[in-house]
Design a protein around this ligand. Structure first.
Ligand code: C2E
Ligand code: CA
Ligand code: CA
Length: 717
């Protein structure tokens, strides 16, 4: 609130009385702070009177006597010398020198007129007195009213000044508390910028006041904690109740020198009806506690020598990586690294050098792996690397090679030269079943093999590679290269007519000449290819290659069976593909047999139409693995285009074990013949089987007894 100058205002009131109401003297007294006396605060009148009266104190007792002797004139009090029993000279500090008149209305030198100055509640504030009316008469009613009004004005001015002084005192007191508080306290405006702050706050932020006032505290907040700073502000805003102080948050502040301090931030709203809300921000400095916690955490989870995660911490990260694998379908790899010949270094140069040696190796490993990988120290000379979400085993192998190379760089310590190396074992997670301990044990075993076979190299844990999701992943990434590098080959297995044991034709069977795993049968990789983007290129290649190979054989041995994959069957352009392969190779349609499985055909509503179109090209259709599907014999009626049935080899295997197989084989042969189909029996491995199925009436047979699948070249030696 804007303050008035009380002394000036009271003087103005006194001047007005003298100038406008026809008195020569006006005096305003104020109740003293000790409330024991009145003190003259303003005087208008002759100069010498002013000089004697101003600041004079007069005890309240005298005033009480005076008032008691006076008669009320409205709100004024008049001391009539004639009626008063007190001797005014005892009380009044001056008696004017006036002529004495006989007029009953005349003003007598010992008369006095007062206006008590009071607060609305009646509290005494001061006293206004006038004297020496210029007309020598007692004032009339209008003069008295004007006097009353001026007394009210003076009272208001006094109250105003008292309140202002009080509020000044109160805020000075609070200011002192605020300033002297050892707790950083700041006041934020509606725009969330600092309006004021105490010394403790400046000290906490290590900034001069002017660098903070007018700025949003988020500017000094650690970037990672801006979110929690915003969150608490938001919590404050969304909760409108007056008592709402959001729960404190712990956050970091950045000092100008880049160091970090921690505080627990308490925010409280300072609501006011006619001003935008402010926020009181109080900080508890928890930096020491946080540092102590961090130290404890560091000791509990990190290795003191290298600062790397310790064993427990590394295993925890491995577990987390394995869990992420299950969710994201990624692959985790683990390296077990064992420093070669650390003992020699320790023995020859002392432990201090040994420690530095380990630290440098740790640093080299850390610098080589990806940022998401964890390098941990298991203890002694053992390190572990957890590699979450490796793209493929190949990528992990590449990293392992780089770790080994990085460690192997020459090293100088204390004037001595060293050639450090690590032996490294690799294990991959084998799907959901892998536990961190198992994986580490596998990597350890592989490391041991590396160490014994070729110190300073790496080895992969075997079984993990052979039968795990790993090999699938690796294969998938290898397929693209396989097509380009022509690693796919076809092997051919003869199909033999049982009546004269002559080769009727060959079945083309896909093989993968894998660079590191050798020749792979379809069981090892077909799952990976089928249902992938490589299915079409690979299976198309099979058809084309089989036709080409067949066309190069003597005319009576050209017949070739090709397995048709599910996707190929699903393709509407299969007949076009077949036609193209025939045309390009020069093979006649009559020499090509397409092997389809029951389910593949059945799953297509337009299966019959497809077979129609294939048959119209002149190729033959064989049903592969007959009897393993659920369709059975009625199937043959639905698809009259079929020429050949290949009875699944499980029936042959069962022939001597149960009679059912024998009945089925006999039944299928009969039906096949009655439908005019050629009956081929698969999986004939012995002479007895060959003879038995011949007696059952089968037309032809295929199996190891007659010949294993072989490369084209060996077929025609
Ligand atoms: P399939 O069409 O039933 O092929 C016959 C499988 O039986 C071949 O296995 C062959 O080596 C094996 N076999 C032959 N004679 C005997 C025997 O006397 N005893 C035993 N126990 N097995 C015998 P392979 O080459 O491992 O092929 C497995 C399957 O992979 C094939 O079964 C076929 O479904 C699929 N396949 C092979 N090549 C291709 C291809 O080029 N494309 C497609 N889509 N599938 C193919
Ligand atoms: Ca087949
Ligand atoms: Ca088969």
């Amino acid at each position: 609130m804007a303050e008035i100058n009380l002394a000036e205002t009271l003087q103005l009131v006194a001047d007005t009385i003298v100038e406008s109401l026809g008195f020569d003297v006006a005096v305003i007294n104020l109740l003293d702070d000790d409330r024991q006396a009145m003190v003259v605060a303003a005087v208008t009148g002759p100069e010498e009177l002013r000089a004697t009266l101003l600041h004079r104190r007069q005890g309240l007792k005298g005033w009480a006597q005076l008032l008691a002797a006076s008669e009320p004139w409205g709100r004024l009090r008049f001391l009539d010398h004639a009626k008063s029993t007190v001797d005014p000279a005892d009380i009044l500090s001056w008696i004017p020198d006036l002529p004495i008149s006989d007029d009953p209305n005349a003003w007598h030198p010992e008369d006095s007129l007062f206006a008590p100055l009071e607060a609305p509640d009646g509290r005494q504030l001061g006293m206004l007195s006038v004297d020496v009316p210029r007309d020598g008469l007692r004032p009339d009613a209008s003069t008295r009213h004007a006097l009353e009004a001026l007394a009210v004005t003076a009272s208001l001015a006094i109250q105003h000044a008292t309140l202002a002084a009080e509020s000044r005192r109160v805020s000075a007191r609070f200011r002192a508390v605020f300033d002297a508080s050892p707790i950083p306290v700041g006041l934020l405006g509606a725009d969330r910028c600092v309006v004021s702050l105490n010394d403790a706050f400046c000290r906490f932020l290590a900034r001069p006041r002017e660098d903070v006032v007018g700025h949003n505290p988020l500017e000094f907040t650690h970037p990672d904690d801006v979110g929690s700073g915003l969150a608490i502000l938001h919590a404050m805003r969304s909760d409108c109740s007056d008592a709402a102080d959001a729960a404190p948050v712990e956050k970091r502040y950045l000092l100008p020198d880049g160091s970090v301090v921690w505080a627990r931030l308490h925010l409280a709203a300072l609501r006011s009806p006619d001003e935008p809300d402010m926020l009181i921000s109080q900080l508890e400095d928890i930096t020491d506690r946080k540092r102590a916690e961090a130290r404890l955490l560091q000791q509990a989870h990190f290795d003191t020598l290298t600062g790397l995660p310790n064993r427990a911490n590394s295993m925890r990260r491995l577990r987390a990586a394995l869990e992420a694998d299950i969710e994201a379908g990624t692959l985790t790899a683990v390296f077990f690294c064992d420093v070669d010949r650390l003992k020699l270094v320790n023995d020859a140069h002392g432990h201090a050098v040994g420690d530095a040696y380990l630290q440098e190796i740790a640093r080299r490993i850390q610098a080589t792996v990806r940022s998401d990988d964890t390098v941990g120290r298991l203890g002694g000379d053992e390190f572990v690397v957890v590699l979450p979400a490796v793209g493929s085993p190949t990528e992990a192998l590449g990293l392992a090679g780089r770790v080994i190379d990085a460690v192997r760089q020459p090293l100088r310590l204390g004037g001595e030269g060293f050639s450090p190396s690590v032996s490294l074992g690799i294990a991959y997670a084998a799907g959901a079943s892998s536990t961190p301990d198992e994986m580490l044990a596998q990597a350890d075993t592989a490391m041991y093999r590396a160490k014994t076979e070729d110190r300073g190299s790496w080895r992969v844990h075997d079984t993990a590679v052979k039968n795990s999701a790993v090999s699938q992943l690796q294969l998938r990434s290898d397929v693209a290269a396989a097509l380009e590098l022509e690693q796919f080959v076809l092997h051919y297995q003869p199909i033999v007519r049982l009546s004269d044991r002559k080769v009727m034709g060959y079945e083309a069977l896909l093989r993968w000449q894998h660079p590191t795993r050798g020749l792979l049968a379809p069981a090892a990789f077909l799952d990976v290819i089928l249902d992938s983007e490589y299915e079409t290129p690979v299976t198309d290649w099979v058809l084309r290659q089989a036709c080409r190979d067949a066309a190069r054989r003597p005319r009576d041995q050209r017949r070739v069976n090709v397995n048709v994959s599910s996707i190929q069957v699903g393709r509407r352009d299969l007949p076009d593909l077949v036609l193209a392969c025939l045309r390009d190779s020069g093979l006649e349609a009559g020499d090509l047999v397409l092997e389809l499985t029951e389910d593949r055909l059945l799953s297509r509503p337009d299966g019959a139409e497809l077979l129609d179109r294939l048959r119209s090209l002149g190729v033959s259709i064989a049903i592969d693995d007959f009897g393993t599907g659920y369709a059975g014999l009625q199937y043959l009626q639905r698809f009259p285009h079929i020429n050949i049935i290949k009875l699944d080899r499980s029936f042959i295997a069962g022939l001597w074990q149960d009679e059912v197989s024998e009945h089925i084989v006999r039944g299928v042969v009969d039906i096949a013949h009655s439908c005019g189909l050629t009956m081929v029996v698969e999986g004939v491995e012995t002479a007895e089987q060959a003879e038995f199925v011949r007696q059952l009436g089968a037309d032809a047979a295929q199996g190891y007894y007659f010949g294993r699948p072989e490369p084209y070249a060996e077929l025609h030696e």
